[in-house]
Ligand binder design. Structure first.
Ligand SMILES: C[S@@+](CC[C@H](N)C(=O)[O-])C[C@H]1O[C@@H](n2cnc3c(N)ncnc32)[C@H](O)[C@@H]1O
Length: 450
């Protein structure tokens, strides 16, 4: 009852959406299945007016990354719920959107991601380098690359998977670029160039350009590695200069942003130390990040064994476990419905919800009292069963003792998300896929308080 009164009070402070949630609240508190459907879309969170240039400002455009959220969304949450100096964490850091925004706002931050490619990108994006220094390094590197010709001695890797994706000429040039970057001693500069190197691999390979799935396109003419690398680095140099300038102006150059390659259930932050978590978790059986980033993983030797690499990701279809604790009656109902259709999918989804519950335990541990966690998540459907991620997460978090502070429903402008899934497989599909259904043209920002 005390919990009920407290939650109602917290809603009363925010009359603008209270009417939307009235229908949700009582059931939610009884832990019975409930729906967030009745919440009205808040148009101010669509950020529809933003262009690609706006969302790629400073270092945000360094590297493509599936399902990254727009910086302005993270920015607004950080602005609303923290002040300068407060610690911000992202347990599913991805390409570092939360960390870049935290840094430009003077908030120290920590991210973890199980994907070493995400860690490389985040490190590069959050490490401002003196523009004169990096320009000089680039000019040295470019002189060496421009001197490349067919008789240049190159240590070309012998690797079956590299040969699977790259034709001999591109492989040779990439090996040359790779070797020259490896010779650089300064780690920040090396990370900067390796991040750029990573982002050109898809264009320089025979990976079907418009696909996120590992598919070869034997008709493709791969881009020239040396020219593409040069263009990529010039773009990054502009981003770095803007980041450096912006941080220098505000005296934020030394604000720490730490990123670790580890599991979201083992975050290196002290108990009760975090003011805000801003995150977008992986979806169940959607993107296979291990497959997607295999080109970088191959060149930078992040994963000797792809099948082992895959199993570490939450939401992957490559593992499922027994003895699951769902901590949600809604998740149990979803499991039951899925079991009627397909046992494997039921297991994958249950594993996902159980693992997410473990992540929420970790989030609660490190949050300060009164600290908030903002989780950006949409609902979807698999095998004809609605996968109510948002409802399940709210229920799990409530069962762990967190309270609803706000729930925002936002429209996702189509330019920002591949919001279609293949009806048969449930995986993200291209816009031209004939089995496509809409996956989540809207999503929620669940703001829960400890
Ligand atoms: C939707 S993406 C996050 C995107 C991020 N918000 C951004 O703007 O780039 C989800 C991330 O979760 C990561 N992930 C999956 N399983 C994980 C785990 N067990 N521990 C930590 N991170 C994990 C994936 O590698 C992926 O980067």
């Amino acid at each position: 009852m005390a919990e009920l009164i407290e939650t109602v009070k917290s809603f009363e402070k925010k009359p603008h959406y209270m009417s939307n949630l009235r229908t949700v609240l009582p059931n939610a508190l009884r832990n019975a299945p409930f729906s967030l459907d009745s919440i009205k879309v808040d148009e101010s969170w669509a950020f529809e007016h933003l262009t690609r240039k706006d969302t790629a400002y400073i270092t945000h455009g360094y590297h493509r990354y599936p399902a990254k959220f727009i910086p302005q969304l993270a920015h607004r949450l950080i602005e609303e719920y923290t002040k300068e100096g407060d610690l911000v964490v992202d347990p599913f850091g991805g390409c570092g959107t939360t960390l870049v925004e935290s840094k430009v706002m003077g908030r120290p931050s920590i991210a973890v991601d199980i994907n070493p490619v995400a860690v490389l990108i985040t490190t590069a994006k959050t490490t401002p380098i003196d523009p004169d220094k990096i320009e000089k390094e680039f000019s040295n590197l470019q002189n060496k690359l421009e001197a490349y010709n067919e008789s240049t001695k190159v240590n070309v890797p012998e690797h079956e998977r590299i040969d699977y994706w790259f034709k001999p000429e591109e492989k040779r040039k990439l090996a040359f670029i790779f070797t020259e970057i490896s010779k650089i001693k300064d780690q920040d500069i090396k990370d900067f160039f390796f991040c750029g190197f990573s982002n050109i691999l898809k264009n320089c390979s025979i990976w079907l350009q418009k696909s996120n799935k590992p598919t070869r396109d034997f008709e493709k003419t791969p881009s020239d590695p040396i020219k593409t690398f040069s263009r990529q680095i010039k773009m990054m140099l502009r981003g770095n200069a803007r980041l450096f300038e912006s941080l220098s102006e505000k005296d934020y150059l030394k604000v720490p942003s730490d990123v670790f390659c580890t599991d979201a259930r083992t975050i290196p932050a002290k108990d009760n130390s975090v003011s805000l978590i801003v995150t977008s978790p992986p979806y169940v059986t959607s993107y296979e990040y291990a497959d997607l980033h295999q080109l970088t993983a191959l060149w930078l030797e992040y994963a000797k064994d792809l099948s082992d690499f895959r199993k570490r990701f939450i939401g992957t279809s490559y593992h499922n476990k027994k003895d699951l604790l769902l901590n949600s009656s809604i998740a149990e109902n979803i499991q039951k419905e899925l079991l009627k259709k397909d046992k494997k999918t039921a297991e994958e989804v249950s594993t996902y919800f159980s693992e997410m519950n473990q992540v929420f335990i970790e989030m609660k541990r490190m949050l300060k009292k009164g600290g908030k966690t903002c989780i950006v998540i949409g609902n979807t459907s698999l095998k004809g069963v609605e996968i109510l991620n948002a409802e399940v997460f709210v229920e799990q978090l409530q069962n762990l003792g967190l309270k609803i502070a706000d729930i925002i429903k936002r429209e996702i402008p189509s330019k920002n998300l591949p919001s279609v899934r293949d009806e048969k497989t449930g995986k993200f599909a291209s816009i031209t896929d004939k089995n496509k259904i809409f996956a989540y043209p809207t999503e929620y920002i669940l703001i829960m308080e400890k």
